[in-house]
Design a protein around this ligand. Structure first.
Ligand code: HEC
Ligand code: HEC
Ligand code: HEC
Ligand code: HEC
Ligand code: HEC
Length: 215
């Protein structure tokens, strides 16, 4: 983290174009902080409208993350599943469960379950799931062992310094894309070596310039 500042200044003096982008970033940043007085931090774990457990579904039952979050490899946003997805099973499994009453209501009324969003970047920072997932950055790197969480909580700071730490040196965090949702995947050799090979093959080059994330 000590090197963040000199690097930042180095980038700042590189061009007027960047200076404009920085100005926009600072202004937007200042404005947004007013609208989001509550800064979300690691450990944030709101109570959800239904006691849905990732540990049960993704862990014990072994469901793949993409069965429910089926846009992570296609779009910037990781879709939260509709009630229909849950009802694929729960129209038969635990069909009378009291705990699932809000789910049945949501399904019948054709209205989404009001899940509380946990991870949230300020609007002036751009993020794209598909760019990361298709490069081979696993959910576990940014969200932790969700398959062991009864209730999801944020485990990483999601700060700019944290993003940049990986963008400057991503090799150790890159795996073959087919293991992205296998949170307990163990590499057979040095992960950075595997990552470096994939970086060359896929020409991976995460942005470190301001306009990469502040558009
Ligand atoms: C059966 C469907 C289902 C599966 C499978 C599933 N999830 Fe989820 N996920 C949900 C639902 C519903 C929510 C919203 C409620 C909550 O936060 O618990 C959610 C929320 C999340 C969140 C928090 C989103 C936010 O609000 O910031 C993350 C991160 C997440 N899931 C990651 C994963 C990962 C990683 C896997 C695979 C190990 C996975 N999920 C598997 C249904 C699922
Ligand atoms: C692939 C099938 C499947 C899907 C899809 C699925 N579940 Fe489940 N769910 C199960 C099974 C199996 C159990 C455990 C039943 C048991 O304990 O006998 C369960 C249990 C539950 C329970 C505990 C119910 C109780 O009475 O103890 C809740 C709550 C729940 N699921 C919510 C959801 C939600 C919300 C979704 C959608 C985001 C969802 N499930 C999607 C199979 C599924
Ligand atoms: C490089 C880090 C990173 C990776 C890898 C990653 N996520 Fe996320 N995820 C984030 C960030 C950052 C947010 C908050 C985005 C925002 O608010 O704009 C987020 C938000 C979410 C959300 C809430 C909806 C949304 O898009 O804001 C879900 C669900 C989620 N992630 C699931 C997953 C799953 C499942 C995987 C693996 C297939 C995954 N994520 C991989 C960083 C990551
Ligand atoms: C663990 C490593 C890692 C972390 C953490 C990470 N990234 Fe990335 N990021 C990557 C990789 C790898 C790519 C893909 C670069 C490529 O395809 O050339 C990428 C690409 C991007 C891109 C370019 C996407 C596009 O569509 O052009 C943006 C923007 C981005 N990341 C923003 C962020 C932000 C914001 C955060 C922090 C909230 C973050 N990243 C955290 C590794 C990471
Ligand atoms: C890899 C993505 C990424 C890059 C590259 C990046 N930023 Fe950020 N930046 C973020 C994220 C995410 C946030 C919001 C989280 C935070 O405040 O740390 C942020 C926040 C900020 C803020 C608001 C800080 C605050 O304390 O509220 C400013 C100002 C900013 N960035 C300027 C810059 C400048 C100048 C550069 C170029 C030197 C840059 N950013 C490059 C991701 C990035």
């Amino acid at each position: 983290m000590a090197q963040l500042f000199p690097k930042k200044i180095d980038l700042m003096i590189r061009g007027v174009g960047l200076a404009v982008a920085i100005g926009a970033g600072v202004t937007a940043g200042g404005m947004l902080l007013l609208h989001h007085p509550k800064k979300i931090e690691p450990g944030y774990q709101p109570t959800q409208p239904i006691a849905y457990s990732h540990k049960l579904h993704a862990g014990n039952l072994g469901m793949d993350c993409m069965y429910c979050h089926n846009t992570v490899d296609k779009s910037s946003y990781a879709a939260i599943p509709s009630s229909q997805t849950c009802m694929n099973c729960h129209s038969k499994v635990k069909a009378q469960s009291v705990v699932l009453e809000p789910l049945r209501k949501s399904y019948e009324a054709n209205e989404p379950v009001p899940w509380v969003k946990i991870h949230r970047l300020p609007d002036y920072a751009f993020f794209n799931h598909s760019a990361h997932v298709n490069s081979g950055v696993s959910c576990v790197t940014c969200h932790g062992r969700v398959d062991q969480m009864i209730e999801v909580k944020q485990v990483q700071p999601l700060t700019m310094a944290w993003c940049l730490e990986c963008h400057r040196n991503p090799a150790a965090h890159i795996r073959p894309a087919e293991f992205v949702t296998k949170l307990d995947w163990k590499p057979e050799r040095d992960p950075a070596e595997i990552g470096r090979e994939i970086i060359v093959k896929k020409k991976i080059n995460p942005p470190v310039n301001c306009s990469g994330c502040h558009r």
